[in-house]
Design a protein around this ligand. Structure first.
Ligand code: NAD
Length: 370
C-alpha cells in the first residue's frame, strides 16, 4: 500500500549527496523495523540542477516540493559555481524554495549531547545540558524586503543596499510559532531585535508584546537586543529556552549558538510554513545547517548526524512520530559514545567516516529496538 507521507528528497551537491545516501539507510531501517513508510521522490537542486538544466531549481522540482508533505534537503553549493550570476547560484535554489513554499519559521535547536560536551570551545559547565531553540523568521527582513540592489551613482561611485522591513502579520505569525514552541518546551520565550536603533525593531517589540498579552498565557516573554543576545549566548546560554528573532539576526545568532554544540556536522534545522488546510500539516523542509563542504566531499569524511537529526525533526513536526524521533535521537547519542567522524573526534574514541558513523547509528537502533 502506498504511504500517505509524501516526501521530496533533494540531496543537492557535495556532501549533501553523501549524507542523504546515509539518511536513506535510516529510512530503510524504519520501514523494516517500524513499518514506517514514506512515499519518496527525488529531485535535483543547486549546482546539480544547474549542471543538468541551467537553473538551480526547475519549475517541476519546485511544484513537486510544494505538492509534498515535507522536503528533505541535503546541501548545495561549490566553488565551481562561485562566478555564476546571482540568480543562477546554487544557494538561490534553496532561497527560492523557502520563499515559494512560504517557509517563514526556521527552527534550529542547539543541543549539547552528553557525549559531546567537551567538543564545544566553551567550558563544560557553560554548555553541559544545553538545550535551546532558535526560531528565525525566514521569509522577510533584509534578505527579501524591497528596495534592495546596487545602484550606480555616477563618478565611479556605487551604492549597495538592503531593507530590513517587517509588517505586523509577518511578526505575528512568527511570534505565534514562538509561543507554541515555548509552550511545548519550558515556557520561556526571548524576543530579540534592536529596538534601540531600528524602527523595524520597535514594531517587532510592540507586536510581540501585544501578541503575548493576547495569546501567550502561561508563557514568560522577555525582550533582548540582538547584540546583547550574541554576548549572552556565549556567556550563559542555558538562560534561554526559545529565542525568536528576525531573518538577519537569526542567521547570525543561530550560527553563534551552533558553535556552542561543537560542530556544524551536528546541527539540524526545520523550516515550517502555514498549515495545509487539507492535511493539517505545515509546509515543511528539513535540512542540516552545514553546507556542501567541498573541502571534504567525496572522501567518506562527512558527519551525517545533522542530516539524521533533521530527518528526526521531520518525524516529529511533520508526521507526529515523536516515539520514532526520540528513538533516532537516542541512537545518535549512543553511537557517539563509540564512533566519531573527524569533525567531532576526541581522545579515546574510534574515528570513522560517513559510512562507519551511519553503521554505528544503525547498530544503536538495532540495540534499542531489541
Ligand atoms: P560548509 O558548512 O560547507 O563547511 C564549513 C566547514 O565545516 C568546512 O571545513 C567543512 O568541511 C566542515 N563541515 C561542514 N559540514 C560538515 C559535516 N557534515 N561533517 C564534517 N565537516 C563538516 O560551509 P562553507 O565551506 O562556507 O560553504 C561551502 C559551500 O556550501 C558554499 O558553496 C556555500 O555557499 C554552501 N552552503 C550551503 C548551505 C546550504 O545548502 N544550506 C549552507 C551553508 C553553505
Amino acid at each position: 500500500m502506498a504511504s500517505n507521507r509524501k516526501v521530496m528528497v533533494l540531496p543537492g551537491d557535495g556532501i549533501g549527496t553523501e549524507v542523504m545516501q546515509a539518511n536513506m539507510k535510516i529510512i530503510d531501517w524504519l520501514a523494516k523495523h517500524r513499518s514506517l513508510d514514506f512515499d519518496l521522490s527525488e529531485g535535483l537542486v543547486g549546482g546539480a540542477s544547474y549542471d543538468a538544466h541551467g537553473t538551480p531549481l526547475t519549475d517541476e522540482v519546485l511544484a513537486d516540493c510544494v505538492a509534498s508533505d515535507a522536503v528533505l534537503f541535503g546541501a548545495v553549493g561549490g566553488p565551481q559555481y562561485d562566478n555564476l550570476a546571482f540568480d543562477l547560484k546554487p544557494e538561490r535554489g534553496l532561497l527560492t524554495l523557502r520563499k515559494e513554499m512560504d517557509l517563514f519559521a526556521n527552527l534550529r535547536p542547539a543541543l549539547v549531547f552528553p557525549a559531546l560536551v567537551d567538543a564545544s570551545t566553551l567550558k563544560r559547565e557553560v554548555v553541559s545540558g544545553l538545550d535551546i531553540m532558535i526560531l528565525r523568521e525566514l521569509c522577510g527582513g533584509s534578505y527579501f524586503a524591497e528596495p534592495r540592489g546596487i545602484d550606480d551613482l555616477g563618478d565611479g561611485i556605487r551604492k549597495g543596499y538592503d531593507t530590513n522591513a517587517y509588517t505586523t502579520p509577518e511578526i505575528e505569525r512568527i511570534g505565534r510559532v514562538g509561543i507554541d514552541l515555548a509552550r511545548k518546551r519550558h515556557g520561556r520565550l526571548t524576543s530579540v531585535e534592536k529596538a534601540n536603533v531600528m524602527h523595524s525593531g520597535v514594531l517587532w517589540r510592540e507586536v510581540m508584546t501585544e501578541l503575548h498579552a493576547a495569546e501567550g498565557n502561561g508563557i514568560e516573554l522577555s525582550h533582548m537586543y540582538a547584540d546583547n543576545c550574541a554576548m549572552q549566548l556565549v556567556r550563559s546560554p542555558k538562560q534561554f529556552d526559545v529565542i525568536v528573532t528576525d531573518n538577519l539576526f537569526g542567521d547570525l545568532l543561530s550560527d553563534c549558538a551552533a558553535m556552542l554544540t561543537g560542530s556544524l556536522g551536528m546541527l539540524p534545522s526545520a523550516s515550517l510554513g502555514e498549515q495545509d488546510p487539507d492535511t493539517g500539516l505545515p509546509k515543511a523542509m528539513y535540512e542540516p545547517v552545514h553546507g556542501s563542504a567541498p573541502d571534504i566531499a567525496g572522501q567518506d569524511l562527512a558527519n551525517p548526524l545533522a542530516q539524521f537529526m533533521s530527518f528526526s525533526m521531520m518525524l516529529r513536526y511533520s508526521f507526529d512520530q515523536a516515539a520514532e524521533a526520540d528513538l533516532l535521537d537516542q541512537a545518535v547519542n549512543d553511537a557517539l559514545s563509540k564512533k566519531r567522524t573527524g569533525d567531532i573526534m576526541a581522545a579515546g574514541c574510534e574515528q570513522t567516516g560517513t559510512d562507519g558513523m551511519t553503521a554505528a547509528v544503525i547498530d544503536a537502533l538495532d540495540h534499542l529496538a531489541r
